[in-house]
Design a protein around this ligand. Structure first.
Ligand SMILES: NC(=O)c1ccc[n+]([C@@H]2O[C@H](COP(=O)([O-])OP(=O)(O)OC[C@H]3O[C@@H](n4cnc5c(N)ncnc54)[C@H](OP(=O)(O)O)[C@@H]3O)[C@@H](O)[C@H]2O)c1
Length: 235
């Protein structure tokens, strides 16, 4: 089984890669940062890491052709901008957020498509902000709704290939590195109290759902909410 995870050198993507490699799959992870890509050889020698910008269509097509036929394509890339209440939202930051997540996701899908196996799976990652009753996420929520909105039409269009997404809540990954250690600890501990499950998710908890979506041969057109109940929490 040949698998490509774009965004797989960190966080949810890397946890997913480790789980899939443990099943004996041939797992390739890809991202932009040369240091992250190089680090994989030392920390996870069972994975093959590639330097790739998901926004670079020809580069995606070239890697896809080398790995074809791909049995599973998983996209876990993202930037970390775009939050804020409507009054405070920086529209340039939100535009950058779409450039960092929505457009590269679509570019990966379009350029990898010719290199997918006939019954391949595609798994995307959205976010609870697309569904939550939560102030301050109109921008980033509409971005994640756009990503999750790809699932249903593509599941119809690309069948018998399967297309799904996982929609996480708060996950302890380097995505939060923009906060200082103290800010992060304070936010995570307040969030843990507010969340119905009583804890902030680990990357591995989300990876479990990504692996299910990628490998369950009857699952298609699903958006799996794996958010610890964050949709209903009052932060
Ligand atoms: N962490 C959370 O609380 C949370 C909550 C809800 C949803 N999510 C979603 O979960 C997904 C994974 O996030 P994470 O928390 O695992 O973040 P992360 O640890 O920051 O990992 C993101 C990965 O994407 C790669 N990447 C970013 N832009 C890329 C591009 N253009 N091309 C290729 N690779 C790219 C990064 O590596 P390089 O820098 O080397 O490119 C990195 O490997 C994202 O879609 C995020 O929006 C996260």
């Amino acid at each position: 089984m040949s698998i490509l995870i774009v965004g797989g050198t960190s966080g949810i993507g890397l946890a997913t890669a480790r789980r899939l490699a443990a099943t004996g799959a041939d797992v390739h992870v890809a991202s932009r940062d040369a240091a992250k890509v190089a680090a994989i050889a030392a920390t996870d020698p069972e994975l093959v890491a590639h330097r790739l910008d998901g926004g670079d269509g020809p580069a995606v097509a070239e890697l896809g052709a080398r790995l074809a036929p791909l049995d599973a394509l998983i996209v876990t890339l993202a930037g970390a901008e775009g939050s804020g209440t409507l009054a405070e939202l920086d529209l340039d930051s939100l535009r950058r957020a779409f450039e960092a997540k929505y457009w590269p996701t679509l570019i990966v899908l379009k350029n990898a498509l010719p290199h997918l196996a006939e019954r391949a799976s595609i798994t995307l990652v959205g976010a609870v902000s697309a569904h939550a009753f939560l102030a301050g996420v109109a921008g980033i929520g509409s971005l994640n709704a756009a990503v999750e909105g790809l699932v249903r039409p593509l599941a119809a269009e690309l069948a018998p290939r399967r297309v799904n997404a996982v929609s996480p809540g708060l996950v302890d990954t380097p995505w939060w590195n923009g906060l200082s250690a103290g800010e992060r600890e304070a936010w995570f501990s307040a969030a843990a109290e507010a969340l119905p499950v009583g804890h902030v998710s680990t990357a591995d908890e989300i990876a479990e759902a990504v692996v299910l979506a990628a490998t369950s041969t009857s699952m298609t057109e699903a958006v799996l909410n794996v958010d610890g109940g964050a949709r209903f929490a009052r932060f």
